[in-house]
Design a protein around this ligand. Structure first.
Ligand SMILES: Nc1ncnc2c1ncn2[C@@H]1O[C@H](COP(=O)(O)OP(=O)(O)OP(=O)(O)O)[C@@H](O)[C@H]1O
Ligand SMILES: [Mg+2]
Length: 327
């Protein structure tokens, strides 16, 4: 955990009122319902929330690679001073992979199975940068070393299927950062990995961020991992950010009951046994109009007004919570 900065720097990425809808019969159903999020240069921001809360769609919309049946229904995604919403395909293609890179839960979706991994990084370097053959080969070695791959000269010749899951995750990261992006989006980069490998991937991302100053949007179910590398965190519920602040603030003084419940679900490290606690109930479905606070049916602090009207945003410098009871 890091100390919160007193004056937040100008954001690199600023998402404002983002709405994403899916076609459901004749209607559009909104599943991301007004997300605000910002990432400063070099900052690591975590995005956490249960399955279906809209984390991946938010990430995909930054790169404009939403599934074809989805559309951005409102809001702005300002990256480095340019609103990406409505940008031409050509202009967007230039930014994707160069200024903004993404790593996924399953590296095999990003790696070409029939090309040796070194060659894939080589091609990316030569595409995105003016770099000669020899310099590119040296850069590949540097990148592989940076993500913690030993014997990079031999590893360069391997095909993706010849590497372990953790290794593939590292190669995908090396490929993603080969274009010197300003922002790296990591969507659940560790869930498919065992705990030890998870810790190594987190260590690697932290090093990448420190060495290259790349900003990271780190998406995870796991608040514990978020605490390890993030400066700030935004908590999503049912398509909205319900709380955001510096990581230590969320852990020490969470304002939203949903955040408090998530914190209770972190597995205990003191060896206490028993099943891992989960939050009772399910998030709302998006097929009917949501009335009141979407978390109210599962909230043990909810009152009548929570069920009747959407909660206002409560704010303190650097801290936001969307809850009637937060004040
Ligand atoms: N192809 C699709 N068609 C219709 N609805 C979809 C589609 N993909 C996602 N959704 C809806 O959008 C919501 C948000 O999905 P998203 O993948 O962003 O969630 P997430 O927070 O990334 O979840 P997870 O933690 O499981 O990865 C889902 O609950 C679902 O209702
Ligand atoms: Mg997801």
């Amino acid at each position: 955990m890091r100390q919160p900065q007193s004056v937040p720097p100008k954001p690199l990425l600023h998402i404002d009122g983002l709405r994403i809808a899916f076609k459901a019969g004749r209607q559009w159903r909104e599943v991301v319902r007004g997300v605000d999020l910002s990432v400063a240069p070099g900052e690591v921001v975590g995005l956490v929330g249960e399955s279906g809360s809209g984390k991946s769609l938010t990430a995909l919309s930054i790169l404009q690679v939403l599934p074809p049946e989805a559309r951005i229904a409102g809001g702005r995604i300002v990256f480095d001073g340019t609103n990406l919403v409505g940008l031409s395909r050509k202009a967007m293609n230039k930014r994707r992979g160069r200024d903004i890179a993404m790593i996924f839960q399953d590296p095999l979706t990003a790696l070409n199975p029939v090309i040796p991994v070194g060659r894939q990084i080589y091609d990316s370097l030569r595409t995105h940068q003016t770099i000669g053959h020899k310099a590119a080969l040296e850069r590949i070695q540097e990148l592989l070393e940076m993500v913690g791959i030993r014997h990079p000269r031999e590893r360069m010749r391997a095909y993706p299927h010849e590497l372990s899951g953790g290794m593939r995750q590292r190669v995908m990261t090396a490929l993603a950062i080969s274009s010197n992006p300003k922002l790296l989006i990591a969507d659940e980069p560790t869930t498919a990995l065992d705990v030890t490998v998870q810790a190594r991937v987190i260590g690697m991302l932290d090093r990448v961020r420190r060495d290259l100053g790349i900003a990271v949007l780190f998406i995870s179910h796991n608040l514990e991992l978020i605490a390890e590398i993030c400066d700030r965190v935004s908590v999503m519920y049912a398509g909205k950010v319900v709380e955001s602040s510096a990581v230590e603030t969320v852990f020490e003084t969470p304002r939203h009951p949903y955040t408090r419940q998530l914190l209770r679900c972190i597995p205990r490290l003191d060896g206490a046994s028993g099943p891992m606690p989960t939050i009772p109930g399910l998030p709302p479905r998006f097929d009917s109009e949501l009335v009141g606070c979407p978390f109210a049916p599962r909230c043990d602090e909810a009152s009548d007004r929570c069920r009747a009207a959407e909660p206002p945003a409560w704010r303190e410098p650097g801290h936001l919570a969307v809850c009637w009871e937060a004040a």
